[in-house]
Design a protein around this ligand. Sequence first.
Ligand code: SF4
Ligand code: SF4
Length: 328
Amino acid sequence: MLKVNLGKTNLSVSKAGMGVLPIGPGQLALPLEEGAEIICHAVRSGINFIDTAQYYRTYPYIKRALAMMASSGQESTRRAADNLIICSKSLAHDYDGMMSAVHEAMAELDRPFIDIFLMHEVRTGGFSERKGAWQALIDARAQGLVHAIGVSTHHVDVTEEMASVPECDVVFPLINYASMGIRRGSGPASCDEMLEAIRACRNAGKGVFTMKAFGGGNLTENYQKSLDYVFSKEEIQSVMIGFGSKSEIDDIVSYLDGTMSADYNPDTSHKKMRINQEDCEGCGSCMKVCASKAIFYNKNGLAEIDQSRCLTCGYCSYACPVRAVIRY
Ligand code: SF4
Ligand code: SF4
């Protein structure tokens, strides 16, 4: 798979990366060996870029995959494991929390350093509010604990802001052709606005890789249209895609090497709408658009879907301002 140098980092990453969230306890909760084998399959397929996070609780899968590849009889697999680029991130707001998140990742992944470490999900105004956490990342990089630092964000204004932050090496924003989940302040924003902000980051020398090409699984009916959008933008250096099965990886490989037939669409009929409890803010917008009355407030005051009533129409995902409604 084609590789690109991420900004000025000297990290050479594949055009498609693997997001490991789907295999972990927050989504499919696959057994350790099965999840690790999917990561190995991604690496054997030419993917060398892995995205995880402190709150995904997926470090054990990556560690197991690294061990499996290290003991492989094939030298190419062992070499691929050595060249794996791991990106992790933390929601920590202060210095100690972020520094401890870096050390936790190193310990749980059994690595002497983490290639990329980010402030996770920075919202409008959040970069300056979390300056202690940012200083921890700057110090961690100076100490050789991480090689590159940056932010992940759904916000256009945060992406714009990072273009002028000299210490920021990489930016991991959300973008898809339908503008699903893209924010500016407390309101929605368009993919054109996000692309402009990404361009500003690239012009400033930042590495840029993006998330949610399928809008949290809601755009998979328009599979190739979703991929065409992100892979046709030269400003986007790599696209992180959440994989929960080997066939999903095979599909991306087939798309990127040009062997996918023009009318192919993966079967997503087994996928269900769910509400990510970490992201939901309990605003109730999703409930107002659900004609099936399938969404209710749970005991934590957050939205939850009654699967017996849900028609998987997807209207709720468009209504959610924070992209908490996902399909997997
Ligand atoms: S997908 Fe449709 S039916 Fe299901 S919860 Fe959302 S709005 Fe309601
Ligand atoms: S619209 Fe989104 S944030 Fe609001 S209650 Fe529904 S899932 Fe939660």
